[in-house]
Design a protein around this ligand. Structure first.
Ligand code: SF4
Ligand SMILES: [Zn+2]
Length: 392
């Protein structure tokens, strides 16, 4: 179950964060001012709002609620208009608001807003039509609601979903429970990304990687009902090579913990180029390569890059991406010790043998195959074979 449940030591702080946030941020809604009003009237108001909110959003309810209250300000006035309602309820509300609250049991609620918040908080990516997924969400809501203020806790989750953790524009930066949010921890785009909510492919409650779209971030939760279509993407790769003692070396960077090729070594990926082999496009590739080296890696690579050339293209199918790679290569030359100087935890020059044995993805092997022959022609040691046979 791992991160899908709140750890025992998380429940209190999550409740506290939700309730404190709610106390300050709750929207002023007409049915919330009920403690000061006549208790029968107040209970009636809450009931009407609850019934309306079952059907539609707060914004829509606000449009109708006041009109309703003008027309039927009390249960009696409504009863006069609709006699059968009175018959059903005997026209009587519990005299005591606390009695009324007791009738509305301190159960969790699980409307669309709450589901979304809980799915994101605990990175629940299971199929929402499956009982195992909804059972988990009920358990999570129950864990949180068992407090002195069950109603407010429920309302805080609903409110958070309606105003902060919204479907299409979640405002994680102002979210009171961001520290406990697994979807946020998984999101590549935030600086404090952590690995303690990693999805497990075999887990029914985790989001399968084929559903995860990096650009959607926390919005990957709750899971969309249909599997996303495989989308087309193009990446522009530069294989930077160098020749030292008649031996070829290729420069690679370790991917940060993104989903695609996470932790694996890849060639340099640059922004889109027009793909042609013109002088202009070569200068473009050169510039972009330098930018990647300078900005992504913070590497002090002041050597020269020459012989930029478009080698060709290849295609690789990831589970959810149909990726086209446009492959360039370019020769790098620098001072005597540059191989050592540019070797860091995340950047390295690979020789032929290392390329074979290190963690390099099939996609990068394909990329390499596009250019390997041409790069080998740059060495004139005819009796040495530099051709690397890689799996296709
Ligand atoms: S951090 Fe973002 S995704 Fe997580 S609960 Fe808050 S708003 Fe929602
Ligand atoms: Zn899981």
């Amino acid at each position: 179950m791992s991160h899908h449940r709140f750890a025992p030591n998380e429940i209190l702080p999550v409740r506290h964060a939700l309730l404190s946030w709610y106390d300050v941020n709750k929207r002023k809604l007409p049915w919330r001012d009920w403690f000061d009003a006549d208790q029968n009237v107040a209970a009636y108001r809450v009931l009407v709002s609850e019934l309306m909110l079952q059907q539609t959003t707060v914004t829509t309810v606000l449009r109708y609620y006041d009109n309703w209250m003008k027309l039927w300000p009390t249960i009696e006035s409504l009863a006069n208009a609709v006699e059968e309602i009175v018959n059903d309820m005997n026209g009587i509300f519990p005299a005591d608001v606390n009695e009324m609250i007791k009738l509305l049991p301190p159960n969790p609620v699980l409307d669309g807003n709450v589901m979304r918040v809980l799915c994101r908080l605990r990175a629940v990516g299971g199929d929402l039509k499956k009982k195992s997924t909804t059972d988990l969400l009920w358990s999570l809501a129950t864990d949180l609601v068992c407090t002195q203020r069950p109603g407010d806790l429920n309302q805080s989750l609903i409110e958070l979903g309606a105003t902060v953790c919204t479907p299409s524009n979640p405002k994680c930066d102002s979210c009171p429970v961001q520290n406990f949010c697994c979807a946020y921890k998984q999101d590549d785009s935030n600086d404090s990304r952590k690995d303690d909510c990693k999805d497990i492919e075999e887990c029914d409650l985790c989001l399968k990687s084929s559903y995860y779209v990096v650009s959607r971030g926390v919005k990957n939760y709750p899971r969309k009902t249909s599997k996303p279509k495989q989308r087309n993407e193009t990446s522009y790769m530069v294989i930077l090579y160098t020749i030292k003692n008649d031996k070829l070396y290729y420069f690679m960077l370790k991917q940060k913990q993104t989903r695609l090729l996470s932790g694996l070594w890849t060639f340099l990926e640059i922004d889109g180029c027009d793909g042609a082999n013109s002088k202009k496009s070569k200068i473009d590739v050169l510039e972009k390569t330098r930018i990647v080296l300078a900005t992504t890696m913070d590497l002090n690579m002041n050597g020269t890059i020459t012989d930029i050339k478009l080698a060709g293209q290849c295609r690789h199918l990831f589970s959810h991406i149909d990726k086209k790679y446009v492959v360039y290569h370019g020769r790098y030359d620098d001072n005597m010790n540059f191989i050592e100087q540019t070797t860091t935890a995340n950047s390295r020059w690979f020789d032929e043998e290392q390329l074979r044995t290190e963690a390099i993805s099939t996609a990068m092997k394909k990329v390499f195959n596009v250019a390997v022959n041409e790069m080998n022609l740059k060495t004139d040691k005819k009796n040495v074979s530099y051709i690397i046979i890689m799996e296709k």
